[in-house]
Design a protein around this ligand. Sequence first.
Ligand SMILES: CC(C)(COP(=O)(O)OP(=O)(O)OC[C@H]1O[C@@H](n2cnc3c(N)ncnc32)[C@H](O)[C@@H]1OP(=O)(O)O)[C@@H](O)C(=O)NCCC(=O)NCCS
Length: 154
Amino acid sequence: MPAEISLVPVDRENVRPVCDLVLAPGQETFVAPAATTVAEAAYEPDAWLRAIALDGVPVGVVLLVRDAPDEPYFLVRLMVDAAYQRRGIGAQAVALTLAHLRGLSGEDRLRTSCIPGEGSPLPFYRGLGFTETGEVDDDGERVLERGLEPDPRG
Ligand SMILES: CC(C)(COP(=O)(O)OP(=O)(O)OC[C@H]1O[C@@H](n2cnc3c(N)ncnc32)[C@H](O)[C@@H]1OP(=O)(O)O)[C@@H](O)C(=O)NCCC(=O)NCCS
């Protein structure tokens, strides 16, 4: 049974533990440190930054951005602390992010990107219904997207 999580705003109470979240060895290739995510979000005009909270304790971070109001949101950052990975938390965080987008008008999909290779989150995203668009972004990452429908596996 996966742990129940919630997505909560990053605020003055939790910003330090969010910034202190730790990646597993080798994962630095695939995602920037949490503190970088928090800093970048401050300079994005349309950022949606949330801590992944488990019983009130930050265990991960999610950042959505978009370049323009008529563009789909892009999941630029998703990270679960190394000590909490492989418990279903990342999958639940994506499900809650999709639910958030369903509550906004005009949203019909979520895009993300990642680097393929050993330890890549590509299988994680494919398992959640994301498919590759065939695009490669400016950083050489493969672009993926999915509609906002809930995962039929629940
Ligand atoms: C990718 C990440 C967010 C996944 O979070 P998580 O909480 O460990 O994932 P879950 O436990 O919810 O896994 C859901 C499914 O994906 C699978 N999965 C998770 N990470 C995987 C990986 N790297 N490779 C293959 N499968 C993976 C799980 O086995 C599980 O499969 P199942 O549903 O068949 O049991 C987490 O590993 C992480 O933070 N990685 C480092 C940062 C990163 O790469 N972020 C994404 C790029 S922005």
